[in-house]
Design a protein around this ligand. Structure first.
Ligand SMILES: O=C[C@H](O)COP(=O)(O)O
Length: 334
């Protein structure tokens, strides 16, 4: 990204800031007093969540800047039973060049990439080949995604195989039953074992919040996964009937804030599933900024898990530059 320009888009997109990478969360012993003390006031959370998209109006250059920032935070995802190497190649081409050069030129921006690509284990080799020569990370959903109900030893082995195949980020799914039965020790042990299996690869803990019953369970599961060393906590697989929502996000983000306040450790956040509109991306970024500060709006601490969000962002950027919208079919993947 440019280091000299004072163009408002580049400046507001923080394109001039140096890249930094957060040290990993090493985890800490399970603290059941802390876990039991966590509550969630559902009506207060829903009230606050209801105002997030309404209070801030981001327009023109600032909107373009936020959208560019959002692109750098997308885990560009394909997670379908009919995925093929060809589809993953197209996905990776899009990750390398998510915005047409003419649009970037008009905005005064140097090339950007998405935060990562996110694929099933079997698609890792295709992604490795397609992303050669880039530093775009490959995230793999391992551990029997999306239900996470295959034998535990197989789930750990799947992580190891994904890392061996070239994934540097592993999105694991937790056992929802541990949360629903209040078995926090089992959740902690599972998460700690999965983190260990990841080795140097970063681990994102998918909570599948739509299946956890209550916001208090979401808050406690977030905390336990962070205690067990999660680098990121992630809402959903995208396959539950309810995926990322603002109330759930608020709960998870506040758990991250509480964890940081008490330990000084920064854990990342990844809302995923059903986020497909540019406007929603800006709302999420605003939420991160308001609740956690600017530091959590960079790709090492914030990602969107999304398969189609990029399409809408591209269309909005094109509209900002040219005054007209392109058809969605012109942005085939993303
Ligand atoms: O983790 C990513 C999600 O599976 C993507 O969900 P989506 O297809 O609703 O954007």
């Amino acid at each position: 990204m440019s280091t000299t320009t004072t163009d408002p888009v580049v400046a507001a997109s923080h394109g001039h800031l140096p890249q930094v990478t957060e040290p990993r969360n090493p985890g800490l012993p399970l603290d059941m007093n802390w876990v039991r003390s966590v509550q969630a006031n559902t009506s207060a959370i829903e009230r606050r969540a209801g105002t997030i998209g309404t209070r801030r109006s981001v327009k023109k250059a600032h909107q373009a800047a936020w959208l560019l920032r959002a692109i750098t935070c997308i885990d560009l995802t394909t997670l379908s039973g009919d995925d093929t190497a060809r589809r993953v190649q197209r996905l990776c081409a899009k990750a390398k060049q998510p915005v047409a050069p003419a649009i970037l030129d008009a905005l005064g921006m140097a090339p950007i990439t998405t935060g990562a690509v996110c694929v099933y284990h079997d698609m890792i080799p295709a992604a490795v080949e397609a992303l050669q020569g880039t530093d775009i990370p490959i995230a793999a959903v391992s551990t029997g995604f999306p239900a996470g109900l295959s034998p535990f030893e197989l789930r750990l082995r799947e992580i190891e195989m994904s890392v061996e195949a070239g994934a540097t980020e592993i999105d694991i799914v937790i056992s929802r039953r541990h949360v629903l039965m209040g078995n926090w020790q089992a959740l902690y042990d599972e998460m700690a074992a999965m983190r260990a299996a990841c080795g140097d690869a970063h681990v994102k803990a998918i909570l599948a919040t739509g299946e956890l019953g209550t916001l208090r369970n979401v808050a406690r599961a977030s905390l336990v996964c962070m205690m067990a060393g999660a680098d990121f906590i992630k809402t959903s697989t995208g396959k539950e009937s309810v995926n990322a929502t603002l109330p759930v996000s608020l709960v998870m983000i506040r758990a991250i804030r509480d964890f940081y306040d008490r330990t000084g450790l920064r854990v990342g956040y990844k809302p995923a599933g059903g986020i497909s509109k540019a406007k929603d991306a800006v709302t999420y970024l605003a939420l991160m900024k308001e609740e956690l500060g600017d530091r959590w709006t960079r790709p090492d601490l914030f990602r969107f898990g999304a398969s189609s969000l990029l399409t809408d962002i591209e269309r909005q950027l094109e509209h900002y530059v040219t005054g007209s919208y392109s058809a969605a079919y012109r942005h085939a993947v993303g």
